[in-house]
Design a protein around this ligand. Structure first.
Ligand code: ATP
Ligand code: MG
Length: 380
């Protein structure tokens, strides 16, 4: 008897001609996530993906739960074509569901098997009832569906573990995320990864106003994100000089928005150099002064690349919930300041106009700073 995991990947079915491209990418991503397990085999047959393993199946399931494109993971037993083995597998699987109702459903594509599917279901049901206490049959509305498939081998499986859903990473191009150490931007990055977008990251670092530990925080956030299927190139941009220049030359009420525009311009430059076709930020409408609709208009006008803001309509509590779920929250709340909190003006303009802001920022030669930006690249 061998443990097998059946991978369900719903949304991919909708993709018509692209289907095999998405499937192959998903198989590749699964193989890559499990590459350090020697006893694992990943296979695509009969429009399904099977993961066979002799190793630590719980650990394999944990890894699979982080792979985008997987809707559900089902634990199955792969066995020989005889009823005794089928009973044994069914009993073992159903032990997890004591107190529940169930129904057996059999599919027999191998017609040389001597019992038809009705007969198999009936017999397996009886064997399970006899050997696992507290189960009841309910053919109309069962809690658990116990499936038996008779192919060249027999498969028995029950229940579904929820997958990460979305689309396989790498099937939707590349984008550059402006990653601060805060709660929002890692969640924004994750949401785009979920749609198949590969990311790289830019962090604006302002030593000595921001500490080495603030930078470590961003590295750690990248580590968490990288568990979802890719290594991440983190561009640490040394931002202090430009930030001081803004602070010195521009009116206080506009410093935040001008800083945001400078970040966008630098990120766009990095994005273009790294094959990204969009920027990603963690902005959410109305959250702070720099995220009013007027401020977003002015920030957006600094670049020509599309800017994805997947959190735009979310409440802070919803963002926090997601941050906890994906594993970034505890890192994000570590108490080191970022460059924005240090240079925040007392009264930022909440309704800046583009003309006024552009006029203000032209008081400095920002292009000189952008052209000579100092940067460190960290592979996470
Ligand atoms: P976050 O929780 O992501 O830090 P925030 O609520 O603090 O966001 P802002 O400070 O207005 O909001 O920043 C808006 C967005 O700008 C962030 O979500 C992030 O994408 C980007 N950003 C801000 N500061 C930095 C930084 N130091 N480095 C990189 N990106 C940044
Ligand atoms: Mg922040």
């Amino acid at each position: 008897m061998q443990d097998v995991l059946l991978i369900k990947y719903g949304e991919l079915a909708l993709k018509g001609d692209n289907r095999s491209f998405f499937e192959n990418k998903l198989v590749k991503n699964i193989k890559s996530a499990l590459k350090d397990f020697k006893e694992v085999k990943v296979e695509k047959t009969h429009g399904r993906i099977y993961v066979e393993c002799d190793g630590d199946i719980e650990e394999v399931i944990e890894r699979l739960k982080k792979i985008f494109g997987i809707v559900g993971i089902t634990r199955a037993k792969k066995i020989g074509l005889n009823l005794e083995e089928i009973y044994e597998a069914a009993i073992e699987l159903m032990r997890e569901y004591q107190g529940k109702t169930f129904k057996v459903e059999t599919k027999r594509s191998n017609k040389s098997f001597p019992y038809d599917s009705m007969e198999v279901s009936r017999r397996v049901g009886a064997a399970v009832l006899k050997n696992v206490k507290g189960l009841k049959v309910d053919v109309h509305n069962p809690d658990v569906l116990l499936n038996v498939e008779i192919r060249e081998m027999a498969f028995v499986y029950a229940g579904v573990i929820e997958g990460a859903k979305g689309l396989p990473l790498g099937t939707n191009g590349k984008a550059t995320v402006l990653l601060s150490g805060g709660i929002d931007s890692p969640v924004a990055a994750w949401m785009m990864m979920k749609r198949g977008v590969e990311i790289n990251a830019v962090y604006f670092h302002s030593p000595p106003y921001t500490s080495e530990r603030a930078k470590d925080k961003v590295v750690d956030l990248c580590k968490v994100l990288s568990q979802y299927g890719q290594s991440i190139k983190l561009h640490v941009v040394y931002f202090t000089d430009l930030q001081l220049e803004i602070y010195e030359k521009c009116p206080a009420k506009f410093t935040t928005i001008i800083m945001r525009r400078m970040m966008m311009k630098i990120a766009e430059k990095i994005a273009k150099n790294t094959g990204s076709m969009a920027l990603i930020t963690g902005e959410s409408l109305g959250q702070v002064a720099s995220q009013t609709i007027e401020s977003l208009y002015v920030t957006n006008a600094s670049v020509s690349m599309p800017v994805f803001r997947p959190l735009i309509g979310m409440d802070k509590t919803e963002i926090i919930e997601l941050a906890q779920k994906i594993g970034t929250f505890e890192i994000s709340i570590r108490p080191y300041e970022d460059c924005c909190t240090i240079f925040v003006p007392k009264h930022p303009a909440t309704k800046p106009t583009l003309e006024k802001v552009v006029e203000a920022e032209e008081k400095m030669d920002y292009q000189k700073y952008i052209d000579n930006i100092e940067m460190e690249i960290i592979d996470v």
